[in-house]
Design a protein around this ligand. Structure first.
Ligand SMILES: Nc1ncnc2c1ncn2[C@@H]1O[C@H](COP(=O)(O)OP(=O)(O)O)[C@@H](O)[C@H]1O
Ligand SMILES: [Mg+2]
Length: 277
């Protein structure tokens, strides 16, 4: 078994809450991410998905356990892990071209080579002809494609994607999903992709990690053996329905467990049942 590119060992993350007891967002989370795979972290909102991704990016540090890149603890913001957020996070005052060139520029890549790199990724995300446009002049889907081109041009070893398509309309989202699958097939970059949509996880992932309700840990890991190259049309296969039911059963169990725990505490059942089927 080759060394995992990213790993989490018995990770806990606690946040201070006013003067009250700390909030435990993650507890006992252990996972190995394999080089080159597209792994989806799936769970209800509030279960700690973003917290876990922030730990992989080195934006925050674990309260216990360790998060590692190629066996080395991640102790500060890790430039080898590139983050794509739900909102587009582009520089609004820079053109598409300048946004995509930003990463290479920061690495000190010269002007001519920067142009070449940018041209390659702008082509890959099908935005040729829009180089001189500003983000505000583009649709949501196009802005998210610029974000993808920008992160790919920065050439991180791992792409961390926090519900990047959640704000897009259903059709644009499908186009983006197929685009991401194509990019992954071509680049074989390791991708950790967060979603609360079972469908999205089944379309995209090589492996699906279902997280428990808060505090988040790994509830189960499923291999996605739906045929590849995958298109959105895999949703029509009987095997898709079978896998979806299997995942849904895991999620439902967590939602119920979380609701019961909330009831025993006498607190309202917030954040519980919003994993999308
Ligand atoms: N910086 C923070 N301070 C306090 N609580 C936080 C912080 N970040 C996240 N949390 C809490 O940790 C839990 C997990 O949050 P998050 O990782 O954002 O969940 P998800 O991304 O799965 O929706 C939530 O209850 C959230 O309110
Ligand atoms: Mg989140």
């Amino acid at each position: 078994m080759p060394e995992p590119i990213l790993s989490a060992r018995a990770v806990a993350k606690r946040f201070p809450v006013g003067r009250g007891p700390e909030l435990t967002a993650i507890e006992g989370f252990s996972l190995d991410v394999r080089e080159g795979e597209l792994l989806c972290l799936l769970g209800a909102s509030g279960c700690g998905k973003s917290t876990m991704l922030n730990l992989f990016a080195g934006f925050t540090q674990p309260s216990a356990g360790a998060v590692m890149l190629r066996g080395q603890p991640i102790t500060r913001i890790e430039p080898r892990c590139g983050m794509v957020f739900q909102s587009y996070a582009l520089f609004p005052w820079k053109t598409v071209q300048a946004n995509v060139e930003f990463g290479p520029k920061m690495r000190g890549v010269g002007r001519a080579e920067r142009r070449q790199i940018a041209a390659r990724y702008i082509d890959l995300v099908k935005l040729i002809g829009f180089e001189d446009h500003y983000p505000a002049e583009l649709s949501g889907g196009m802005q998210q494609r610029v974000t993808l081109a920008r992160i790919l041009a920065a050439d991180p070893e791992v792409l961390l994607m926090d519900e990047p398509f959640a704000a897009l309309d259903a059709m644009t989202r499908q186009v983006m999903q197929e685009e991401l699958l194509r990019l992954h097939a071509e680049s074989r970059k390791t991708i950790v992709f967060i979603t609360h949509s079972i469908d999205e996880a089944l379309i995209l992932a090589d492996r699906i990690v279902v997280m428990s309700a808060r505090p988040g840990r790994v509830k189960t890991v499923l291999d996605n053996n739906l045929p590849t190259p995958r298109r959105v049309a895999v949703q029509l296969l009987p095997e898709f329905a079978r896998l979806k039911a299997e995942i849904w059963a895991h999620v439902e169990e967590e939602v119920r467990r979380h609701d019961e725990a909330s009831r025993r505490r006498g607190s309202p059942t917030r954040e519980a049942s919003d994993v999308q089927a």
